[in-house]
Write a protein that binds this ligand. Structure first.
Ligand code: B12
Length: 481
């Protein structure tokens, strides 16, 4: 698995005379700590792209404590945060635990840590900051009242179902999408995240003419275009995708029953969703994705879709080639392009779904900028994103689409997808469907969710950790009300 953030930090540190030993991704704590001892490391760094890695970081910290390590532990990556580092990781390890926001800052931090004269002051400062964050965190929870789950369900989105006929997809079941080439996807690329990966911030294409960084950004784009052209010409990456549509209805407000048969007699799979519980102004609904699917008792025949796309097949051999030649720039460039192709594929396929495969927006005419602005009907939320933050639902999506067999994309134990340059999600067609963030949820919803999923409450709380509006294990009376 290729995590660009981690690669970039490695390269930046190497450029500043640090020797970096990159152990790869999803490396068990045991191997990390063995390697640190063997190589006489001065610092251990962990990178986390999706939420399940956050838990693993806590585990690594506890193991460092158990095995009497005293090395500094650096924490970085897209889902990590100063708060998580201070509240969840540091309490498990007496050595220094330091959150580093981006690659450029990692150099100053690493330099300060390896020098006796500066180490003490930095460690002291970070300890104080972490303690302050923990205090802030503890006080904040009491300021975030949540609506009881039953009340949140009662104030769900009031969709006018009577008189509404959900669009019927062009087919039900799954379909392999094997007629798409990389060249078809180029126009769907959103370039801004590509520039973000290289630490350029602003808007695309304005960034190319920016007074300060324009020249550098243009050079980067020029190199990207050259590699893009070669990747397409020589077929370095093999796109693969599967899409499926199924008869479905929401049940008990928050779950979605997917039927095995058009007569809707037999349940194939039940998908579970989470509902917003934050207090809102009168009349504002507490949203849940299941609100966008007609309830079973309405008698209305609704549908849900799902997809998995990947642009990562074939990448490993080229990355290995670049790495063997110590060409980190090309290696990171290729990974960044593969990620762009994966996102572009998701965008392309969604358009094809709207216009043809599901076919509810046959006359839609949107350009790339409008696509990026999501000015279309219906949504494609991805498990792990804010509207459906539970990564474990990917297991059900995979089952529904027989996704591994169809696309070669597999799920790791922590529900990361391999190859990395892959995106998966659900399709909702209802015109009211919007992206939203579930945000913090209360204990009553986690209990209900665990029961609905057949999980223990502890397991559900662990997977939903970033969304918990209470401290698991603390007395119920301490929950915000
Ligand atoms: C690009 C991107 C992707 C790419 C892949 C990225 C990759 N290869 O690394 C693609 C399109 C494939 C993708 C897919 C998915 N993504 Co995504 N993705 C992003 C996005 C937009 C940017 C991440 C990125 O590459 N940034 C650029 C790099 C350079 O930055 P970085 O990782 O933060 O690293 C920097 C620093 O953090 C730091 N750093 C990093 N590591 C370390 C380590 C140390 C020791 C130090 C000191 C510093 C450090 O230095 C780096 C350089 O400055 C983020 C949102 C965001 N804005 O962060 C979502 C995000 C990471 N994705 C997310 C999700 C959910 C997914 C999917 C699960 C969605 C899905 N169901 O399909 C999949 C998972 C893919 C998989 N293989 O499992 C969520 C994760 C949230 C969560 N709760 O888990 C995010 C945060 C979006 C969101 N707001 O919800 N994604």
């Amino acid at each position: 698995m290729q995590d660009i953030g981690k690669n970039i930090v490695g390269v930046v540190l190497q450029c500043n005379n640090f020797e970096v030993i990159d152990l790869g991704v999803m490396v068990p704590a045991e191997r990390i700590l063995e390697a640190a001892k063997r190589e006489k490391a001065q610092i251990i760094g962990l990178s986390g792209l999706i939420t399940p890695s956050l838990d693993e970081m806590v585990h690594v910290a506890s193991e460092m404590q158990r095995l009497d390590f005293d090395l500094p532990l650096l924490i970085g990556g897209a889902t990590t945060s100063p708060a998580h580092t201070a509240v969840k990781i540091e309490p498990n390890y007496e050595g220094p635990v330091i959150y580093v926001k981006d690659a450029s800052r990692s150099v100053g931090v690493a330099q300060a840590l390896v020098q006796e004269s500066t180490r003490g002051a930095l460690v002291e400062k970070v300890r104080e900051e972490n303690a302050r964050r923990r205090e802030l965190h503890a006080s904040k929870k009491r300021l975030a009242p949540q609506v009881p789950f039953a009340r949140a369900q009662a104030s769900r989105l009031a969709v006018e179902w009577q008189g509404y006929t959900p669009p019927r997809p062009g087919f039900t079941g799954t379909r392999l999408i094997d007629d798409v080439s990389l060249a078809d996807l180029v126009d769907y690329i959103d370039w801004m995240p590509f520039f973000n990966a290289w630490e350029f911030h602003g808007k695309y294409p304005d960034i190319l003419t920016d007074k300060v960084v324009g020249e550098e950004a243009s050079k980067l784009k020029h190199d990207a275009d050259a590699m893009l052209e070669q990747v397409i010409r020589e077929g370095w990456l093999a796109p693969s995708a599967v899409v499926g549509f199924f008869p479905a209805n929401s049940i008990e407000h928050d779950d979605i029953r997917v039927y095995a048969d058009p007569a809707r007699k037999q349940e194939l799979i039940r998908l579970h969703h989470l509902r917003q519980q934050r207090g809102k102004q009168d009349g504002q609904p507490q949203l849940c994705l299941a609100d966008y699917i007609a309830p079973a008792d309405s008698g209305i025949e609704d549908y849900i879709g799902g997809f998995v796309v990947s642009a990562g097949h074939g990448i490993d051999q080229h990355v290995a080639r670049f790495e063997a030649g110590h060409d980190d720039y090309s290696s990171i460039m290729l990974k960044a392009l593969a990620d762009r192709f994966a996102e572009a594929f998701a965008e392309y396929l969604h358009e094809r779904v709207r216009k043809d495969l599901w076919g509810y927006a046959k006359d839609e005419q949107l350009n790339n900028a409008e696509l990026i602005r999501e000015a279309y009907t219906g949504i494609r939320p991805a498990p792990g994103y804010p509207a459906c933050p539970d990564h474990t639902e990917k297991a059900l999506l995979w089952q529904l689409l027989d996704a591994e067999k169809a696309t070669g994309v597999s799920l790791t134990e922590s529900f990361a997808m391999l190859p990395t340059a892959s995106v998966s999600g659900f399709y909702f067609s209802h015109p009211d469907a919007k992206y939203f963030s579930v945000g913090k949820i209360a204990r009553d919803q986690v209990e209900s969710y665990a029961a609905r999923k057949g999980m223990t409450i502890e397991d559900a709380a662990r997977w939903l950790a970033p969304n918990l509006g209470y401290t698991p294990g603390a007395p119920r009376a301490a929950d915000a009300a």
